[in-house]
Write a protein that binds this ligand. Structure first.
Ligand SMILES: NC(=O)c1ccc[n+]([C@@H]2O[C@H](COP(=O)([O-])OP(=O)(O)OC[C@H]3O[C@@H](n4cnc5c(N)ncnc54)[C@H](OP(=O)(O)O)[C@@H]3O)[C@@H](O)[C@H]2O)c1
Length: 342
């Protein structure tokens, strides 16, 4: 609450809602003008937006304006269609909205199940079916488990730019494929094959959902870090690069979808560069708090070096043992029950 009040003063914007009390699903809002447009900046009382704003070290509306007007959608407001409303889908939605995009978010249970989330996200967001999210999107984000990729309407993506945030964790969700295990295909090539005519770009997949929020920084911030992308379509890569830059990251090109094994789980640029180093002697509570911070920033040069030195992991794919126990603990607490069961 005190942090929220300090943030309000720092933002120097009028407080529109009186609901600044810490309660589940209470949404607070500030209204500010960005690039001549009036934008509602919503902060639900979950972990989502507040750390983003703290991380940006916003202490004046000028910073917000330069952040959004330099990097945000240029002429027309673009729409990000998000398939999957779990940890990653929500994190991406909050980042996209903070950067001035519209969001249409979907999941397996239908738009009605997303009423609370959409309220928390504010007027730039709406819920839709998977098909509606695809239709409305300038960029469609796949924020659902790779294990269910065949549930995606393969013929419904023609011409769409697709941001593939999925990762292969063999056996998770009962999903395992020989063509992925033997390196015949990368997981993003598998997605590309299924989504006929789509322009798939792998990205925003290689850091934990918590760290998507905590590492985001405006352009020019000394602590801004770097994310890799990979894809086969140059224009689609440019579109995705602009989006990722707008939500708070530098971007480097890791090559084609066939090359994307260099940025898959168990490679040097996967996960660890974006997570903070935790001391060994922390209690669980201390570790959870300490974990909700950014890693050391990775420069574009350093990111390129990590990608260049990657060796194809053997076996291919991620493992839960390869992640910090605190990440798994938080994931099991917060991921959707279907994912946890699987
Ligand atoms: N967790 C991380 O830190 C992290 C980081 C980077 C990338 N990723 C990748 O991001 C993806 C999502 O991970 P997550 O942690 O966000 O999982 P999650 O919290 O369990 O969320 C999964 C979401 O996918 C939705 N979904 C499942 N089947 C669907 C279908 N057939 N159609 C539409 N939506 C469907 C679920 O819908 P319901 O809510 O209706 O069940 C849920 O909203 C995974 O591929 C993961 O590898 C995860």
């Amino acid at each position: 609450m005190r942090r929220m009040m300090r943030l309000t003063r720092a933002l120097s914007v009028p407080r529109r809602s009186a609901a600044w009390v810490k309660e589940p699903s209470v949404t607070t809002a500030a209204n500010t003008r960005i690039s001549g447009r009036s934008i509602d900046v919503f902060m639900d009382n979950s972990i989502w937006l507040l750390p983003v704003f703290i991380n940006y070290r916003v202490n004046s509306t000028v910073n917000l304006q330069s952040f959004f007007s330099v990097e945000g959608p240029r002429n027309m407001t673009q729409t990000i269609g998000i398939i999957g409303s779990g940890l990653v889908g929500k994190a991406l939605a909050h980042l996209a909205i903070a950067a001035g995009y519209n969001v249409v978010i979907s999941n397996s249970r239908g738009p009605e199940s997303l009423a609370g989330l959409v309220k928390a996200l504010g007027p730039q967001a709406r819920a839709g079916s998977v098909e509606e999210a695809i239709a409305a999107a300038d960029i469609v984000s796949l924020s659902l488990p790779l294990a269910v990729f065949q549930a995606l309407p393969g013929d419904g993506f023609a011409g769409k730019v697709v941001l593939d945030q999925t990762n292969y964790y063999p056996g998770i969700g009962g999903f395992r494929r020989a063509d992925l295990d033997n390196g015949e295909l990368t997981s993003s090539e598998l997605i590309q094959r299924h989504l006929k005519g789509a322009k798939v770009v792998k990205g925003v997949h290689n850091l934990g959902w918590i760290h998507m929020q905590h590492n985001a920084r405006p352009k020019g911030d000394a602590e801004r870090t770097t994310l890799p992308i990979a894809g086969d379509d140059t224009a689609a890569k440019q579109t995705v690069t602009r989006f990722i830059e707008a939500i708070g990251y530098n971007v480097v090109d890791a090559g084609s979808l066939a090359d994307s094994w260099r940025i898959e789980p168990n490679t040097p640029i996967y996960f660890w560069p974006y997570a903070p180093t935790l001391a060994d002697d922390l209690s669980d509570d201390e570790a959870k708090r300490a974990y909700q911070k950014s890693g050391k920033p990775l420069s574009p040069h350093a990111a390129r070096q990590l990608i260049a030195t990657a060796q194809r992991p053997s076996p291919i794919g991620g493992t839960l043992e390869g992640m910090p126990p605190i990440h798994i603990a938080l994931f099991l607490e917060q991921a959707s029950s279907a994912t946890v069961q699987s």
